[in-house]
Design a protein around this ligand. Structure first.
Ligand code: TRP
Length: 443
């Protein structure tokens, strides 16, 4: 079984692929704009707490269950608790993967558009670009096709190779750009907005946004890390790997904020500008740089690659499900799911001005406007939190925290008192906190 499913060729292979999944548009596109909408530093502070107290424990729970069963999320739950309704949690994960990918590919497509426009030196006007239906569908389709082709290549061949070379490049380029941003006139005010918390700004909306962002950014709550953990070997240290992935991911998001906010304030723009934020700010930074077009093209190329290592992981979950459970060939699963995802994503692609109905549609309860924003809230925020809630109950109580801990300790002998602490977090803290936050949504 395990031979035909594929495994990471080395311990680093897992870290790069899992970090590649975690690091993506969530860090560079979503984190800054959500932070901007939610009060800046107060959000950043809340976010860090969510990552440490909730995100990390859930990450370890997913890795433990994945490695123990060597299956996709649905199969993993079936293996440890056959014939129960808990299977639905896995199914929810599969659906969430398709839903998130459907609009994620739209934003990823923008990065390709911006890469080309930088390379040929013809700056795009954000508003008119996203209102152009042909361009939107074209880039969305392009990105889906690239994702499909890579995922067809399988675990070792496709996913691992790419992530290894290009993620380090992204890090270096980010550093260069941060220096440029911090040395702009008026950058300091942005730094203050980003780093000096006004705790009175922390309210319920900030907390749910931070929690949702933590799950989104760490690729948790729908079984991605479970699936990637299922390709781990038994003597790999899943605990250390999980920590490293969370650390890298948080670092890149933090750096993205350091890049965006100083420049944003230097230019006198509004931090609460929403999903277009980075696409409006970044080109201005490049304009203010020597060789700006080159830097711009390179940056959007690396961002597109970061997005690709994430779209791959989003597609991999439903694909692993159909391959393992329905015995489809990998190729059939990839093309079927990929095509369906593209179709589901079309309303999102048209929802930033290209189509009046999809752009102005409102969702009661949550004050979101536009199809993409609504999808992002329902699937990228709510559904991940719900999935993480159910998964922590499942691992903590149904499968059993002791069994999960024994699995984690294989390959991580030094996870002793920390492991006891983890049991407490996954059984009590995670379920209670997530439940209370979700409950508030309905009150
Ligand atoms: N974490 C990725 C990002 O930040 C997106 C992503 C990939 C994701 N796989 C996921 C989000 C699974 C939630 C669940 O860009």
């Amino acid at each position: 079984m395990s031979a035909h499913r594929g495994q990471w060729s080395s311990k680093l292979g897992f870290i790069f692929a899992a970090a590649g999944s975690a690091i993506g548009l969530g860090n560079i596109w979503r984190f800054p704009y959500i932070a901007g909408e939610n009060g800046g530093a107060a959000f950043v502070f809340t976010y860090l707490i969510c990552v440490i107290a909730i995100g990390l424990p859930v990450m370890l729970a997913e890795l433990a269950l994945g490695r123990a069963t060597q299956r996709n999320p649905v199969g993993a739950i079936e293996t440890v608790h056959p014939g129960s309704l808990w299977k639905a949690v896995g199914i929810l994960g599969v659906l969430t993967g398709v839903a998130i990918l459907s609009y994620y590919a739209v934003i990823a497509g923008w990065t390709v558009g911006y890469m080309i426009s930088s390379a040929i030196g013809r700056p795009l006007d954000f508003g008119s670009f996203v209102a152009d239906p042909m361009a939107m569908i074209f880039y969305q389709a392009l990105f889906m096709i690239i994702t499909i082709v890579v995922v067809s290549g399988g675990v070792e061949g496709g996913i691992e190779r790419w992530a290894k070379i290009l993620m380090p490049m992204l890090l270096v380029l980010l550093l260069i750009l941060i220096i440029r941003s911090l040395t702009l006139d008026g950058a300091f005010k942005g730094l203050e907005f980003y780093l000096k918390p006004d705790f009175s700004k922390i309210n319920y909306n900030v907390i749910i946004a931070a929690l949702g962002q933590a799950f989104f950014s760490l690729s948790l709550g729908m079984g991605t890390m479970m699936t990637y953990g299922s390709y781990l070997k038994k003597d790999d240290n899943a605990v250390a790997s999980g920590f490293q992935v969370a650390l890298f991911d948080t670092m890149i998001a933090f750096m993205a904020g350091l890049l965006i906010f100083p420049a944003l304030f230097a230019m006198g723009k509004d931090p609460a500008a929403g999903p277009g934020l980075v696409f409006q700010v970044l080109p201005e930074i490049f304009k203010a740089m020597p060789l700006g077009n080159l830097f711009g093209a390179l940056f959007f190329l690396l961002l597109a690659v970061a997005a690709l290592t994430s779209t791959i992981s989003l597609l991999e979950v439903p694909v692993a499900y159909f391959v393992d459970e329905k015995r489809w060939t990998r190729k059939k699963a990839v093309w079927t799911v990929g095509t369906a995802t593209f179709l589901v994503g079309i309303p999102s692609a048209l929802s930033l001005g290209a189509n009046r109905f999809f752009s102005s549609i409102q969702f009661p309860l949550i004050h979101k406007t536009g199809f993409l924003d609504i999808m992002d809230f329902i699937w990228g925020n709510f559904s991940l939190a719900l999935g993480a809630l159910l998964l922590s109950i499942f691992v903590g109580w149904v499968w059993g925290a002791d069994r999960a801990l024994a699995e984690l300790r294989q390959g991580a002998v030094d996870f002793s008192w920390q492991g006891e602490g983890w049991k407490y977090l996954i059984k009590i803290i995670c379920p209670v906190v997530i439940f209370v936050i979700l409950l508030n949504l309905f009150i």
